[in-house]
Design a protein around this ligand. Structure first.
Ligand code: ARG
Length: 561
């Protein structure tokens, strides 16, 4: 509720605009005087009365019941907010908006591209990707909630000499059935074997180069195998994306830009930005502040940066983005700095709309959890372990629960996502499955449990009928819940501006904690009907806001657990 607006709209003084009145309203330092104060000195001239008399006249106006008390003191008009009316208004707002509470149209007409997850073909989906994917997907959903047009892009790592190696390895040692059954794990095995063998038989590398050239030249056998590897990988990651509730609008990966780089290279040439360095074509930076950005290798091959440049031009042309975000670990800081600068040097002012949304790394506290294959931990294994552990806890806590498997999936996966989004994205994470699964502390299960608590309470108490006595939520712990709820939209906006989904996670924790305090302090189920109704409405609003916020993070809300 915009109290300043209510005041400035109610007061009408000839020669003083509504905006002027609005800007005069102050927040008194001493809250015992009121929540808002309007100095009336400036109106004296227009009204030909003393400020005090003006304040006394204005105190008699009807401010729509928004204030409990409006008082004239020494030329000031002091307003005390009607807490009950405020509570009622916020609850009404949450309960009528429902799933839409918190959403906004501030992004209308603006497009945000988000490059995230961007997995590599034939490589495992590991915990690092989990952090990346969780951040990217949460930003995707937050921007959508704020009315932006959002394009989620999975910039697949589907190009490079490693595919030549993989073909050689497959032709020598591959077992089609095994790979179809074991997917990326099967591919990883033969890839690891290739590297071992190539140490003693360097001619394998020559063969690999040849097969990569075959892919480039469009040789059918090479392409068929390449697409098959891609297919296997994508099938596997799609299953993970489904579990995480992650979606993309484009899977245009590195190979998509094969025929889109030449115009960029030509333009660089035309603009005199290319120079030769040890046979390679590079862009050098002023005063050598950064190492040069390599555009073409000695043998004419293009690089990761060349593809990113081509992709940026393609995205600008195709989506005309207002911002293009790259959610990528901080190890690639230099890479992004370099090629963003190249776009700027080419004279495109939209270089300033490119953002590297850098994040930290994930390591595992407990090695026992890991399936070590080529020294990587598959995310799928981490998720499965967490789901199994969640199921155990549920079996102990709630043995009669009907859909234990479904809830275990929601809790196990939710716990991992929550842990990824708990801290500012740049922080490194040490992941411990036992910690993230704890029902106490600031965890996924804790907030899900709070949601389930709201739900059970509402089910137990039945329909909210009859009068609502808002004095039931007049106390400090209820007021804290309401204050928290009312911040929700600002939190989303802040998170979108700072590219920081953790602000939403912290909000969820704050709301859950405030609600639990209220729940333990105030009798709800056995209170007198009107009071009970107010408390149940508050519970219903908390349930709704928790659900809305968790959904943006990709965390499910089981009704019972
Ligand atoms: N596939 C890359 C990696 O795993 C990340 C790609 C990020 N996106 C980009 N446009 N460079 O390191």
């Amino acid at each position: 509720m915009d109290y300043k607006k209510i005041i400035s709209e109610t007061i009408k003084i000839d020669g003083v605009s509504e905006e002027e009145i609005y800007s005069l309203i102050a927040l008194p330092k001493d809250l015992s005087l009121g929540d808002f104060a309007l100095p009336c000195f400036k109106f004296a001239k227009a009204l030909r009365k003393s400020p005090n008399m003006i304040a006394e006249d204005l105190a008699k106006l009807d401010y729509n019941g928004a204030f409990e008390k409006v008082e004239a003191v020494n030329g000031y008009l002091n307003f005390k907010v009607n807490k009950k009316a405020q509570a009622k208004q916020i609850l009404d707002d949450v309960l009528t908006s429902g799933e839409k509470y918190g959403s906004s149209q501030i992004g209308m007409g603006k497009t945000i591209c988000i490059d995230f997850s961007s997995v590599n073909i034939a490589k495992p989906f590991h915990m690092g990707h989990m952090l990346n994917t969780s951040i990217g997907s949460a930003l995707y959903k937050i921007y959508k909630e704020l009315g932006y047009n959002v394009v989620g892009i999975n910039h697949l790592g589907d190009w490079g000499t490693q595919f030549g190696k993989l073909i050689v390895a497959y032709k020598k040692w591959g077992d089609k059935e095994d790979i179809e059954r074991r997917g990326v794990r099967g591919l990883l095995d033969i890839y690891v074997k290739f590297h071992k063998e190539a140490e003693e038989h360097p001619e394998l590398d020559d063969e690999a180069r040849l097969w990569f050239k075959n892919i480039e030249d469009g040789n059918k056998e090479a392409l068929d195998l390449f697409y098959w590897f891609k297919d296997i990988t994508l099938k596997e990651v799609s299953k993970i994306y489904e579990r995480l509730d992650v979606h993309f609008d484009s899977y245009a990966g590195e190979s998509f830009y094969n025929d889109k780089m030449e115009p960029v290279v030509e333009e660089l040439q035309q603009k005199n930005l290319l120079s030769e360095s040890e046979g390679a074509q590079v862009v050098k930076f002023e005063d050598d502040k950064m190492p040069p950005c390599i555009i073409k290798k000695k043998d004419g091959a293009t690089l990761y940066a060349t593809r990113d440049l081509a992709a940026a031009f393609y995205r600008k042309k195709t989506y005309d983005f207002d911002k293009c975000l790259y959610v990528v670990a901080y190890q690639q800081n230099l890479h992004f700095k370099q090629w963003f600068k190249v776009v700027e040097m080419m004279g495109y002012d939209w270089a300033k709309d490119l953002y590297h949304v850098a994040h930290g790394m994930v390591s595992l506290e407990n090695g026992a959890l890991s399936t070590r294959e080529g020294n990587v931990v598959f995310l799928e294994d981490v998720l499965n372990t967490c789901v199994a552990k969640a199921k155990k806890v549920i079996e102990e806590k709630n043995p009669n629960l009907e859909n234990k498997d479904e809830v275990a999936e929601q809790v196990g996966v939710g716990a991992v996502i929550f842990a990824m989004l708990y801290n500012s994205r740049i922080k490194d994470i040490t992941f411990s499955e036992d910690k993230v699964l704890s029902f106490e502390g600031e965890t996924g299960p804790y907030v899900q449990y709070t949601y389930a608590r709201c739900n059970s309470l509402l089910e137990k108490c039945g329909a909210i009928e009859g009068d609502v006595d808002y004095s039931g939520i007049d106390n400090e712990s209820a007021a804290e819940v309401i204050r928290t709820i009312s911040k929700y939209q600002d939190v989303l906006i802040d998170a979108s501006e700072r590219f920081e989904p953790y602000l939403v996670t912290r909000f969820v924790v704050e709301l859950a904690q405030a609600f639990n305090k209220f729940y333990f302090e105030c009798n709800i189920a056995n209170a007198e009907q009107g009071i009970k109704n107010a408390r149940l409405l508050l519970t219903k609003a908390v349930k709704q806001v928790l659900q809305n916020a968790l959904k943006l993070l990709g965390i499910q809300t089981p009704k019972k657990m």
